[in-house]
Design a protein. Structure first.
Lengths: 233, 409
């Protein structure tokens, strides 16, 4: 599904440069649920951005679903992001003047799907996250957990191969966090490949594999016994 | 461009930034409003000039005679200069290629009567070309023709108001009108844009008038139009050489301004045209200046909007929006704001012109309005202006990196 070899990335800071990723090797199989952990500055978000094609590596190889991701034009990157990836962010990143339904339908709009079909699909995904009744509410009328569920529905709408979550529970209280994790676990059960960046141990242990980053290198990569979030809900 | 969803997106975003959009449109609306009103007023001035000359062909030259003011070649001052038929023939022969239409004129004042209705009228005895020189339009019948001249026929062409005065409700054509006791057959009735006085005239063949009222070959005035292919400068040169020739012919001092007077409308047309042109240039400069200010205003606000929407644009890009779709959203929004605001300005401007137009006639501004051509031109200009205004912001928006936009602050 995902294959990364000797990935390097540095950012210029004034005259010198900051070497953030120092040769990352990572491969993720279909249906895996991987937590990427590390303290701030460990490079975990940079890694996720490169995987998400929001940023490009300086060196190394990145193959996503058999497609080498290299020297992408903006247009191509947009198409790949739309086709391969679903994003879930810490701060939800919903468009605040669009209602839940339109937010979920947005990736479908960029796929060129007709409005009628878009609305139907978006409603289906909203129903899946249990927010069908809230379809016509604006984001500021929803709670944090509801917003994140809309964001998940949006990430799912385009039927991506890989779901990328950057601190998905970072802005939520513990109870809501577990609800969201429960939901993400169900998606994984259904076969979605999921990558989660987090710095919370409990969240990481709800995944099936934990990759620990420190100072731009992988310190540890272990399979773990998945803790089901449902028991806390 | 005709994607309904794209329009939906644009309207949604304009709606979100309603106040700002209205404000940014305001400058454009104001620019167009100003432009429309100025343009309308200039048009009004033009109309006034056009009307002043509507009566006559504007390539006319009028030649009149008077008394000499200077002694010359042995003649004393105070001599009366009298044009005769041979002078008319001379001009026609000498300047045949430069003259389009030419006519002599003899003025008479007559008592006209038909049955019990009587009135006095001015008569112009003329050549057939006079019809074109004076823009006389035939309502019924025909104008004086060459045959009338050759036969010295007793025929007249009367103005619409003469018919109204003397023939009341009946038709005058073919009837006989008594002028100073002589019977003339009415062969035509004319109308003229020059006003009521022009329509209270009677035309008759000049040869008839010369025979009946003096038995001589005197002419009061010669009118002609120069060949319209000549430009103003050539026309002025032509009338200058004509003046010189006539002065030599009558032994008049070249500095004598009264004995022979040649008035060339080209002189006046040239002045008017230059003035109108100057006015037009000033208006276009002012109009474009304000429009540019408006475009800069829209552009500024669009840049601000893009900056404010950085995060949203980042989200869209993360969800798969191509740079093209981001550019088209910003560009179309800019064009829409500019075009709508511009049209509002145009409509208000046209409304103002419509409203204050009639009260401006005292200031030589008649019927100020803007043409359809201008409206179409304005539409194209506005779309281009909106495109220019949106270009920079759109480019800026397309260069937004989602990773920067989505960074949590």
């Amino acid at each position: 599904m995902l294959n990364i070899k000797k990935l390097h990335k540095s950012y210029p800071i004034g005259d010198s440069s900051l070497h953030v990723l120092k040769g990352i090797d990572l491969s993720v199989e279909n249906g895996e649920m991987v937590a990427i952990m590390g303290s701030s500055g460990s490079g975990k978000s940079t890694l996720l951005n490169i995987i998400g094609m929001l940023d490009e590596a300086d060196e190394g190889e990145y193959i996503l679903d058999g497609v080498p991701i290299k020297n992408l034009t903006e247009k191509k990157a947009a198409i790949y992001r739309n086709k391969f990836l679903g994003f879930i962010f810490q701060s939800f990143n919903l468009i605040n003047y669009k209602n839940a339904l339109d937010n979920v339908a947005l990736p479908l709009y960029y796929q060129g799907i007709k409005r009628q079909e878009r609305q139907e699909k978006a409603l289906f995904h909203l129903e899946k996250v249990g927010l069908k009744a809230w379809a016509h509410h604006l984001p500021n009328e929803l709670s944090g957990g509801q917003k994140q569920r809309v964001a998940i529905a949006r990430a799912l709408a385009a039927n991506p191969k890989l779901l990328l979550a950057d601190e998905p529970t970072g802005a939520l209280d513990t109870k809501t966090s577990y609800e969201i994790m429960d939901f993400i676990q169900h998606l994984n059960d259904e076969g979605k490949t999921i990558l989660i960046v987090t710095h919370e141990e409990d969240i990481a242990h709800m995944c099936k594999r934990i990759v620990r980053l420190k100072d731009g290198v992988i310190m540890e990569d272990e399979k773990v016994e998945q803790v089901r979030a449902s028991q806390y809900v | 461009m005709f994607d309904r969803d794209l329009w939906r997106e644009i309207f949604q975003s304009i709606n979100m930034n309603r106040t700002r959009s209205v404000l940014s449109g305001f400058t454009v609306a104001f620019a167009i409003l100003l432009f429309t009103i100025l343009f309308g007023i200039a048009n009004g001035l033009n109309n006034t000039f056009a009307e002043a000359f509507a009566d006559d062909a504007n390539n006319s030259i009028f030649i009149q005679s008077g008394t000499t003011t200077k002694a010359h070649k042995g003649y004393q001052a105070g001599r009366q200069i009298q044009f005769k038929n041979k002078d008319y023939d001379y001009i026609k022969e000498e300047y045949g290629d430069k003259v389009q239409y030419i006519t002599s004129r003899l003025y008479l004042n007559v008592n006209a009567s038909f049955r019990n209705e009587k009135n006095t009228y001015n008569v112009r005895a003329v050549h057939p070309d006079h019809q074109y020189l004076e823009n006389t339009k035939m309502k019924e019948g025909r104008y004086i023709n060459q045959l009338d001249l050759d036969n010295r026929s007793k025929v007249v062409v009367i103005g619409r108001l003469v018919e109204e005065d003397l023939f009341l409700k009946t038709t005058a054509l073919g009837k006989y009108l008594s002028l100073n006791g002589l019977q003339y057959k009415i062969v035509g009735i004319f109308t003229d844009d020059g006003g009521d006085n022009e329509e209270r005239l009677i035309y008759m063949p000049i040869s008839t008038a010369q025979r009946v009222y003096g038995n001589n070959d005197y002419i009061d005035q010669i009118n002609l139009t120069y060949n319209p292919e000549m430009n103003y400068d050539k026309a002025i040169a032509f009338s200058n050489s004509l003046t010189k020739d006539l002065k030599d012919r009558f032994d008049v001092a070249s500095s004598d301004q009264r004995a022979i007077r040649v008035r060339n409308l080209a002189n006046e047309s040239k002045t008017v045209n230059q003035m109108t042109f100057g006015l037009g240039v000033i208006i276009i400069v002012i109009g474009f200046g304000t429009l540019i200010a408006g475009v800069v205003g829209v552009s500024n606000i669009m840049i601000f909007i893009v900056k404010e929407r950085t995060k949203e644009i980042g989200i869209r890009k993360a969800l798969g929006a191509s740079p093209k779709s981001i550019i088209s959203i910003i560009l179309m929004e800019s064009i829409l704001i500019t075009a709508i605001a511009g049209y509002v300005g145009l409509l208000i401007g046209m409304g103002v012109l419509e409203f204050i137009g009639p009260s401006l006639e005292t200031y030589f501004i008649k019927d100020p309005s803007v043409s359809t051509t201008l409206v179409i031109g304005a539409t194209i200009t506005l779309i281009i202006a909106g495109g220019i205004a949106g270009y920079l912001p759109a480019k800026k928006a397309s260069q937004i990196k989602p990773i920067v936009a989505l960074r949590d602050d």
